[in-house]
Design a protein around this ligand. Sequence first.
Ligand code: SF4
Length: 322
Amino acid sequence: MAPAIHKTRQDVSELFVAHLRAERTVVPEELTAIARRALRENFQKAGMGVSGANFAVAETGTLVLVENEGNIRMCTTVPRLHVALVGIEKLVPRLADLGVFLRLLGRSGTGQKLTTYTSFLTGPRRSGEDGPEELHVVMVDNGRTAALADAKMREMLYCIRCGACLNTCPVYRKIGGHAYGWVYSGPIGALVTPTLVGIRQARELPFASSLCGACRDVCPVRINIPDLLLHLRGQAQTQAPLRAASLLSERHMFRLWAWAMRHPRLYTLGTRLARWGQFLLARRGWIRKIPVYPASQWTLGRDFPALAPQAFRDRWKQLRRE
Ligand code: SF4
């Protein structure tokens, strides 16, 4: 969902100036027109288009692709060759089953009745039609069969990738998609990634949740995400326990934090020092890079909010005086 939403108009403009030698502008319509011109040229020159698929209908062999921008339709129809990579869980039995899923996807993803472009592709072009001369479909397993065999985790394969759980998740909204480190982010990413790449490779993801249950409430296919996250946490503890050193340093950090919270004067002094010390790093309320471990790990994937110029306690005192 919206992979470049964290970029401002100014960022996009700078990118276009640097890479497309475009005129500098921050008007959305003009930026869109620049992207359109540059991309169209590439689509027309490409020999092969590669896409995924939102659904694949077993009955007719139809690939179904939904999007709001039109780039997928360009990619699958303009080049001579189209290759579609389709996860095996995308199969629906009959065309008649599709209506339910298309409605669920549009409404849960973006609140639309139906996504702007819904393409049905059944084979390469026939005489008198547009489209590719050849169409190749690659069914991707990549750990999905193993997930299907797991009585608990198979529920994860119901997902239709609407993104509703991302939008509602308080953790995702704070840390952003890049922090999840793989293709899928948010609550569903915290299930999919450890299941497909192995809990040892992604042991921290199931812990990136407050278990508030907002994702479960909003999910149109009713995946019990918090329950599956707890299941993966159990796996993480048994199959990939934290090393003693990490555990110890985590414990020490929490002890230090608890101690500071019990000594408000020292805590206030600490935040004052930190506020003073951050002036070298903070720009417009954000710190882009912290050079010291472990905080440096945070800024690898996202910015860190700088301390407010005035502490809440000081502000509160001031307000009461006023
Ligand atoms: S888990 Fe549910 S809410 Fe999240 S993307 Fe999948 S279908 Fe949508």
